[in-house]
Design a protein around this ligand. Structure first.
Ligand SMILES: *Cc1c(COP(=O)(O)O)cnc(C)c1O
Length: 409
C-alpha cells in the first residue's frame, strides 16, 4: 500500500474532531485602547466581543508607556534587530532590558530569549545536556516547554507528583548524594491556577544539594511588590538557582528570559543553541517590554484592580453555584468536564453573548477536566462581570450542568 500523506493527515484530524479536541482559532482584531473589546471575524461576518481568556493579564499590551516606547524605538532604530545576539543583533534595548530583569529578580544577570517557551526549552535543554550525570526532577504538571527541553537534553528525568513534597523528597533521597540534581517547577500553574510550595521545595533542595529552576511565567508582573513574581512576594528569590519568565503575558509584549548567577547566565549564553542561532528580538519589542517591566515595578494599581475583579467573578460564580477550582491565584478555571460541552458553551457564549472564552481541552488539560479558563483583568468593567455571570448562569441551566450546592452559612 502506498502512503498518502494528505489522507493520513486528514484522518488524524477527523479523529481529533470526533473527540471534540480539534482546535479552532478565533480571528480577533484587538481594539487598542478598548481591550478587552475586540472584533471577531467568522465566516464573512464580524462582531464585537469581550475577551475573557487573555494572558495580557493587566492590559499592558495597550498601556501608553509601552506603546510610546515601541513607537519611538521603531522610529529611531527601525524594525528588526538584523542579526543574532552575537552577530550585530545586540542593541541598547536588549542590554538595558537584561539589566532590568536581573534587578527585578535580585539576580546577578538575566538573558533574553525570543519567547518563554524557548527560554525553558533552551535553558533546561542545555543544563541537562551539559552537566554530566544531571538528574532533573520535574513536577508532573510542568509546561510543555519544560518537558520538551528536558527530553531534548537527554538527561535522566524523574517526575514527581504535582506539588507533592513527600514524593519529591522520596525521589531526592533515592539519588546518590554526589549526583547533580535540578528541581524544575512552576509558581502559578497555568491551567489549575494553584501555587507551588516554593519555600518547602527550596528547603528540600538545600537538604539534598539540588539546584532549583522556577517558571514564573504566570506570576511575573502580577505578584510581589515590584511584580517580581511569587518568589518575590514570599521573599524567596535568593533561594532559587534560576527564575524564568515571559514578557508576553502580564508584561503584554513578547519574549522570554532567565535570571540567575552571572556564571550560569554566561554559560547558557555561550552554549544554548536556541539562544545562539536565532535572530534577536526586535529592539522595539525589547523597548516595549522594558517600559512595561519598569511601569509594573512602581505601580500597584493594575495588580490591585486585577485582584478586585478576580474576587468579584469568583463571588458571582459561587452565588450561582457554578463549579470552579478554588485556588489562590488570578486564574479561574470553570470546570465543565466534557470536551463537546466545553466547546458548545464557548460557541454559544461567543455567538449569543459576545463573550469570548476559549475552551481548554485535552491535551492542554487531562481528559474529563475540560474547562473554561477565565482571566479577569483591570480592563474588565463591573458591567462586563455582570454580563459574564448572567450568560454563564443562563447556559448552566440550559445545558443542565451540575451546580455546586450552596455552602451552609
Ligand atoms: C505560556 C507559558 C510558557 C511560554 O511562554 P511564552 O512566552 O508564551 O512562550 C512557559 N511556561 C508556562 C507555564 C506557560 O504557561
Amino acid at each position: 500500500m502506498t502512503f498518502h500523506p494528505d489522507r493520513f493527515f486528514s484522518d488524524a484530524l477527523t479523529r481529533l474532531r470526533e473527540e471534540g479536541n480539534y482546535r479552532r482559532f478565533a480571528d480577533l482584531e484587538r481594539r487598542c485602547g478598548q481591550f478587552p473589546r475586540a472584533l471577531e471575524r467568522c465566516e464573512g461576518t464580524s462582531r464585537d466581543v469581550t475577551v475573557w481568556c487573555s494572558n495580557d493579564y493587566l492590559g499592558m499590551g495597550q498601556h501608553p508607556d509601552v506603546l510610546y516606547a515601541m513607537h519611538r524605538a521603531v522610529d529611531e532604530v527601525g524594525a528588526g534587530a538584523g542579526g543574532t545576539r552575537n552577530i550585530s543583533g545586540t542593541t541598547r534595548a536588549h542590554v538595558e532590558l537584561e539589566a532590568e530583569l536581573a534587578g527585578l529578580h535580585d539576580k546577578e544577570a538575566a538573558l533574553l530569549f525570543t519567547s518563554g517557551y524557548v527560554s525553558n526549552w533552551a535553558t533546561l535543554g542545555t543544563l541537562g545536556a551539559r552537566i554530566p550525570g544531571l538528574v532533573i526532577l520535574s513536577d508532573a504538571l510542568n509546561h510543555a516547554s519544560m518537558i520538551e527541553g528536558i527530553r531534548h537534553s537527554g538527561a535522566r528525568k524523574v517526575i514527581w507528583r504535582h506539588n507533592d513534597l513527600a514524593d519529591l523528597e522520596a525521589h531526592l533521597a533515592a539519588l546518590p548524594a554526589e549526583t547533580p540534581k535540578l528541581i524544575a517547577f512552576e509558581s502559578v500553574y497555568s491551567m489549575d491556577g494553584d501555587i507551588a510550595p516554593i519555600a518547602e521545595i527550596c528547603d528540600l533542595a538545600d537538604r539534598y544539594g539540588a539546584m532549583t529552576y522556577l517558571d514564573e511565567v504566570h506570576a511575573v508582573g502580577l505578584y510581589g511588590p515590584r511584580g517580581g513574581g511569587v518568589a518575590e512576594e514570599r521573599g524567596l528569590m535568593d533561594r532559587l538557582t534560576v527564575i524564568e519568565g515571559t514578557l508576553g503575558k502580564a508584561f503584554g509584549v513578547m519574549g522570554g528570559y532567565i535570571a540567575a548567577s552571572a556564571a550560569l547566565v554566561d554559560f547558557i549564553r555561550s552554549f544554548a543553541s536556541g539562544f545562539i542561532f536565532t535572530t534577536a528580538l526586535p529592539p522595539a519589542v525589547a523597548s516595549g517590554a522594558l517600559a512595561s517591566v519598569r511601569h509594573l515595578k512602581m505601580s500597584q494599581s493594575e495588580r490591585a484592580a486585577q485582584k478586585a475583579r478576580v474576587s468579584q467573578v469568583r463571588a458571582g460564580l459561587d452565588r450561582l453555584g457554578i463549579p470552579h477550582l478554588d485556588n489562590p491565584s488570578h486564574i479561574i478555571p470553570v470546570m465543565v468536564g466534557d470536551p463537546v460541552k466545553c466547546r458548545y458553551l464557548s460557541d454559544v457564549l461567543m455567538s449569543r453573548h459576545g463573550i469570548y472564552i476559549q475552551p481548554i481541552n485535552y491535551p492542554t488539560v487531562p481528559k474529563g477536566t475540560e474547562r473554561l479558563r477565565i482571566t479577569p483583568s483591570p480592563v474588565h468593567s463591573g458591567t462586563d462581570v455582570a454580563k459574564l455571570l448572567a450568560a454563564l448562569g443562563e447556559l448552566w441551566s440550559q445545558c443542565q450542568l451540575a451546580r455546586v450546592p450552596q455552602a451552609a452559612e
